[in-house]
Design a protein around this ligand. Structure first.
Ligand code: AMP
Ligand code: ZN
Length: 493
């Protein structure tokens, strides 16, 4: 008997807007596709939040006993600067600016992506395909869509005919838009545009002579449109219809809407049973984004080398902070929120440490089986990690009471409690208990704060020789002090 046979999982399907019971196409197996990063820059913490939400979902599905094929792609071509069909390719642009090969850009940022996700303790996906590795599959889909009459060729480029498609299917069903409204609210097509309608999108773009990333096609040299790679790779590895497709909320339109249109136009049926959308990480109330500069890199958080936070935070603390919000809610990053998460994280880790040494008794004051089911109920309710964490803290309360001899626990209950804590804290939430490192970093923080205090005293006594000595010798050890409005903070390089 597998856990998925006794636990009823419900997930919010963006397609219906409802919470639905999850029933995979093939019993015991789940096919899940998540749109991966465009590897032209370092991943910021916002990108990490979306991938972390799906890492948690992947982990819980596996925990339930499903055999999950998790495909998360790498976009290494076709994503244009304005996210639509105009402008330079993001990767080609970076290559031009840095005077390196596009594939050097791709390699550099793919390595960074993997390194960061590894620090956050992500599980690797089952397959991580690239857009450039699937040009042939993309060309096949374009031919299919052209044959079925839902695309047209103009001057070496191929565009998807949204109006034509909408006569037979429903363009806009995922994002709740109507094509008529979209048409009514758009400006006239620019005179030079090749498209029949502004809503049409590129399946294939003709490569101008200066465009380096190009492939031969029946329509001349060019490159695929951004939306096409996900249709090609999800179909290839998961089939024409698969269970779960995920991505950030910002990809719902147009990217996912276009994926549905491409798949329906070529295969004649809907590609995905459950669409899942993860919500955004904000900072100062604004979406974290590469383009606006309102972002922070994970490495800057781990080292403390940033202008937003007062001290470094470990990957597990940041992960715990993310898990304290539901994946469909907006989450705002702030120093206070991270400090609170850090406190909670250590309280949880201390309780897990103490659990090992708890004395057992003939009786239990804590109904562990009932509590365990509450943890499952939380996760079964659309992966509700904040509720799960509230239940974990209920266990922390009992562990502390048992430790103080104010409550009792039987051996069987203690074992079940240890097993359940282990399952949810480490396996499902993906947190790591690097106790020694944590204790060391707590000690380091205490020592540096003491030195900051001594430096402040020296400065107020106008003893600048001492205050400079403290700053310079800490710097020589790789610890930088930063004086700001809120006082002095530090980072470790
Ligand atoms: P990109 O590399 O721009 O294609 O983005 C990779 C993923 O990060 C996509 O799934 C986006 O939806 C997601 N993403 C971008 N910004 C944020 C943010 N501020 N919060 C959460 N996810 C984000
Ligand atoms: Zn995609």
């Amino acid at each position: 008997m597998q856990l998925y046979q006794e636990q009823i999982l419900k997930i919010t399907n963006s397609l219906s807007g409802k919470k639905e019971i999850f029933r995979p196409i093939n019993e015991g197996h789940v096919g899940m596709y998540v749109c991966g990063p465009t590897v032209y820059s370092n991943v910021h913490l916002g990108n990490c939040r979306t991938f972390m939400s799906f890492d948690m979902i992947f982990r819980y599905l596996r925990h339930l006993g499903y055999k999950v094929r998790y495909v998360r792609n790498i976009t290494d071509a076709g994503h244009l600067v304005d996210d639509a069909d105009e402008g330079e390719d993001k990767i080609a642009k970076k290559a031009r600016l840095e005077k390196i090969e596009p594939m050097e850009v791709v390699q550099r940022y793919t390595v960074d992506f993997h390194y960061i996700l590894d620090q956050f303790n992500f599980l690797p996906p089952s397959i991580e395909p690239t857009a450039t590795g699937h040009i042939i599959e993309q060309l096949e889909i374009i031919k299919e869509i052209l044959e079925k009459g839902y695309a047209y060729e103009v001057n070496g480029s191929v565009y998807f005919d949204v109006k034509k498609f909408n006569k037979d299917y429903d363009y806009g069903k995922l994002s709740g838009r109507k094509l008529e409204d979209m048409i009514a609210s758009t400006r006239e097509l620019a005179a030079q545009s090749e498209k029949k309608n502004p809503q049409d999108f590129a399946l294939w773009k003709k490569a101008e002579p200066q465009h380096i990333m190009r492939w031969p096609s029946p329509w001349g040299d060019g490159f695929p449109g951004w939306h096409l790679e996900c249709t090609a790779m999800s179909t290839k590895y998961l089939g024409e219809t698969f269970d779960i497709h995920g991505g950030g909320m910002d990809l719902k339109f147009p990217h996912h809407e276009c994926e549905i249109a491409q798949a329906e136009a070529s295969n004649g049926h809907s590609p995905v049973n459950y669409w899942l959308h993860a919500n955004m990480l904000t900072m100062n109330g604004q979406k974290m984004a590469k383009s606006t500069g309102n972002n922070i890199l994970p490495g800057e958080i781990f080292s403390g080398d940033n202008k937003v936070l007062s001290k470094p935070f470990s990957p597990s603390v940041v992960r715990f902070f993310m898990m304290q919000a539901h994946y469909t809610s907006i989450l705002d990053l702030s120093n206070d929120a991270l400090l609170a998460s850090e406190k909670g994280f250590y309280r949880l880790m201390d309780a897990i440490d103490n659990l090992k040494d708890l004395k057992t008794n003939k009786l239990s004051d804590f109904n562990v089986s009932e509590w365990r089911q509450k943890c499952y109920d939380a996760m079964n309710d659309d992966f509700n990690t904040p509720i799960l964490i509230a239940h974990l803290f209920e266990a922390v309360k009992h562990i502390n009471l048992i430790k103080e001899d104010k409550e009792k626990i039987t051996t069987t209950d203690k074992e079940l409690l240890q097993q359940t804590m282990n399952d949810f804290v480490f396996e499902v939430l993906g947190l790591e208990q690097k106790t020694e490192r944590n204790q060391d970093s707590n000690k380091l923080q205490g020592v540096v704060e003491l030195l900051i205090q001594l430096r402040n005293e020296a400065r107020s006594n106008k003893d600048f020789a001492t205050s400079d000595k403290i700053r310079d010798q800490l710097a020589a050890l790789g610890i930088q002090l930063k004086d700001g409005k809120e006082g002095t903070t530090f980072s470790v390089s």
